[in-house]
Design a protein around this ligand. Structure first.
Ligand SMILES: Nc1ncnc2c1ncn2[C@@H]1O[C@H](COP(=O)(O)OP(=O)(O)OP(=O)(O)O)[C@@H](O)[C@H]1O
Ligand SMILES: [Mg+2]
Length: 227
């Protein structure tokens, strides 16, 4: 089914929050056993309030090569709720896996899965504008490639210089910024598909690790068109 990759050009943009929210919303609406959240950045368990998995994860599968079969992915999953299963990061570094074949195989497996998949790729762009290892094919070949960004010129500049062109932007907005939706769309030439206002109830849910159990209403409302 559909694959949605969430990524940022700068740390702390709100990528993990958006990825968890989209997976929860897709999972709740699913007739096919919820949704799958693939964590390639490592913060999903603590934001969702589940114990840190200490076994192998998706990064180890990516690093392993052909001797580890494709269906081994399924055994790495952790059930987080009735709506969402988590494929945890594991111990390897996805940006260190330079052969793109395995990332392409991961997307093939996810496309065969009857569930929708949301990938949290984290900050994929380094300050030089490069995108390392497995993160590049995952960000470019997912069905939807969503840049999560603040209306921040430094983030937009990095995104513009990167080799990945998103299919849509999730704009995490705050009062008093000079750049608005229109300017962000003009700079990147990509539509803003959702605006998520900074909201203290979201920050509290992340700090308390309750985002997986109880999603703040406003967050769900603002992402309705992106999910
Ligand atoms: N809509 C929001 N309202 C209020 N706070 C938010 C919102 N989205 C994210 N935050 C806060 O901003 C911080 C960064 O969010 P998050 O971890 O989702 O960003 P990230 O892009 O995944 O960061 P990283 O680069 O570290 O992976 C968190 O502390 C979170 O509480
Ligand atoms: Mg994150």
């Amino acid at each position: 089914m559909a694959t949605i990759a969430c990524w940022s050009a700068k740390g702390g943009s709100g990528t993990t929050v958006v990825a968890i929210a989209l997976a929860t919303m897709r999972g709740r609406e699913s007739q096919d056993g919820g949704a799958l959240l693939v964590d390639l950045a490592g913060d999903c368990p603590s934001a969702m309030g589940v114990p840190e998995p200490n076994g192998p994860g998706v990064s180890d599968w990516l690093a392993a090569g052909a001797e580890v079969p494709a269906d081994a992915l399924r055994r790495l999953e952790v059930e987080v709720s009735v709506d969402v299963s988590l494929l945890p990061l594991g111990h390897a570094r996805p940006e260190g896996v330079t052969d793109p074949t395995r990332a392409e195989q991961l997307l093939e497996q996810l496309a065969l899965d009857p569930r929708d998949t949301v990938l949290d790729l984290g900050r994929i762009i380094d300050p030089s504008g490069a995108v390392a290892g497995s993160l590049l094919p995952l960000a470019t070949a997912a069905d939807q490639s969503l840049l999560v960004t603040r209306p921040c010129f430094l983030s937009l500049r990095r995104a513009l210089a990167s080799p990945v062109r998103p299919t849509g932007i999730v704009l995490v907005t705050e009062d008093g910024r000079a750049l608005g939706r229109r300017e962000v769309e003009d700079i990147l030439g990509v539509p803003v598909i959702a605006e998520v206002p900074l909201d203290s109830s979201v920050a509290r849910a992340v700090d308390a690790g309750t985002l997986g159990m109880r999603m703040p209403r406003g967050l769900e409302r603002s992402l309705r068109h992106a999910a």
